[in-house]
Design a protein around this ligand. Structure first.
Ligand SMILES: [Zn+2]
Length: 52
């Protein structure tokens, strides 16, 4: 996913009241606009950045 997709996911997740606890079971590498993998991973459910 791209960084903006991750930010979108985070925003949607935070709109839930209260936000559910996410265990970040599924993570995906962040990619820049050129499609290259960056040093960051993001949870595909909540968008939070997750350490590798
Ligand atoms: Zn998560």
């Amino acid at each position: 996913m791209t960084k903006s997709q991750a930010i979108d996911l985070q925003a949607k997740w935070k709109q839930q009241d209260p936000p559910p606890l996410c265990e970040h079971l599924k993570v995906e590498s962040e990619r820049n606009v050129d499609g290259d993998v960056t040093d960051h991973n993001h949870c595909t459910v909540c968008g939070q950045s997750v350490p590798r």
